[in-house]
Design a protein around this ligand. Structure first.
Ligand code: NAI
Length: 355
């Protein structure tokens, strides 16, 4: 069951959970500040261990410290760590962290949000994305001058556990259909293996429909007729592309959250993993995606009543009060949105008597 691979949270001291916080670059630090503020007003029993990773540093010391911290706490909330350098020796800290912790699955629940002007309505799609291999193997070299080769790694083992995760997820959450997204017509061995494994695993789940679609067509279908999709099972890069396409259809990078799971650890973050560097420090970044990630994290930790209060406060702010940052066509600042959420959190917490 998908629940089975959801790791058990570890660090709990005196009824409070310890969680690793990785603010990352760009808008990450300000968004984490909002999460802390909302948690404070909601009386959420979570303590953060903050680790700042410097992407420009020559040493991997802070990355290693972050990994140790997540191993200790079991759970993290994360902003994106920018990888600007094109030097192949400078690896993406984000990818290294996911690989090191074996966070083999990324789940993005793409659901329309009432009250937001979007290109498509009533969308409800789950993306289940391979998170540790495929096109992100970071194995590139220049074989002769002017000719570079890039390796895409697909393994039967990781394809199989991801496919099982997707079908188990369907059973657990009442979903009806899995669509494998691939490019096996061109990448016959790598995507071919991913597709074949998903077909084999699908046979063990006769109660769940299974079909397959080429990535190019998937992007077109997503824009033209997205309601045909239920759960998408994708390789690493295609998962990033389709989640960005759907986020674009639903209102942009500032809304949806993403969850990363392995057998032992869980990391929560905004769904599109952007850094938003150009809008950092301007009080215009949409805080919702990171706050949604923090609610996912609370649900994972079992703080269901706190999660419910914050989720309701977010939804009221967006859908009833229509307090929207400029990315959603509004004029509110990040702080306006957060203050409104806090107002609801305080009222709802009193009502539910949780603070
Ligand atoms: P970006 O950070 O420039 O964001 C794309 C657009 O979304 C920008 O217009 C930005 O202002 C907007 N945006 C992002 N978050 C927002 C928020 N919370 N509120 C309002 N607007 C928001 O994205 P770009 O150029 O794709 O990536 C920047 C860095 O992020 C890259 O260097 C890469 O390292 C990292 N990254 C991006 C991923 C992606 O899916 N786009 C995936 C993984 C890493």
């Amino acid at each position: 069951f998908a629940k089975k691979v959801t790791p058990i949270p570890k660090a709990k001291y005196g009824g409070r959970h310890a969680v690793t916080m990785l603010p990352g670059g760009g808008i990450g630090p300000e968004l984490m500040g909002y999460v802390k503020e909302v948690f404070r007003y909601g009386g959420v029993p979570v303590d953060f261990e903050t680790v700042q990773i410097d992407p420009k540093s020559d040493s991997n010391e802070d990355l290693e410290y972050a990994i140790t911290s997540i191993r200790r706490n079991g759970v993290a909330i994360k902003g994106n760590i920018e990888t600007k350098s094109l030097d192949t020796d400078v690896i993406s800290r984000n990818v290294a962290l996911r690989n090191e912790l074996d966070l083999f699955v990324n789940v993005v629940h793409c659901q329309s949000c009432p009250g937001i002007k979007a290109r498509q309505k009533d969308i409800d799609i789950i993306i289940i994305r391979q998170n540790t291999e495929g096109e992100y193997a970071m194995l590139e070299h220049e074989s002769v001058h002017g000719v570079v080769e890039s390796m895409k790694v697909v393994t039967e083992e990781n394809s199989e556990r991801l496919a099982r995760y997707a079908f188990d997820y369907c059973r657990l959450h009442g979903r009806k259909k899995v669509t494998t997204v691939h490019k096996a017509n061109i990448m016959k061995l790598s995507d071919g293996l991913f597709l074949e494994v998903s077909k084999r695993v699908a046979k063990e789940y006769p109660d769940i429909q299974h079909d397959a679609m080429i990535i190019d067509n998937t992007c077109m279908q997503l824009v033209a007729n997205p309601h045909q999709f239920d759960v998408m099972l994708t390789t690493n890069l295609y998962g990033s592309i389709v989640s960005n396409v759907i986020c674009g259809l639903l209102g942009g990078a500032g809304l949806l959250s993403g969850r990363n799971y392995g057998d032992h650890y869980a990391v929560f973050e905004p769904g599109t993993r952007n850094t938003g560097t150009a809008i950092a420090g301007k009080n215009i970044a949409n805080p919702i995606a990171m706050l949604n990630a923090s609610v996912d994290m609370l649900e994972h930790l079992g703080h269901d009543s706190h999660a419910e209060v914050i989720r309701t406060a977010i939804n009221k702010t967006i859908s009833e009060d229509h307090i929207h940052t400029p990315d959603l066509g509004g004029q509110a600042t990040s702080i306006d949105v957060v203050q409104n959420i806090i107002k609801h959190v305080q009222a709802l917490s009193k009502k539910c008597q949780i603070v």
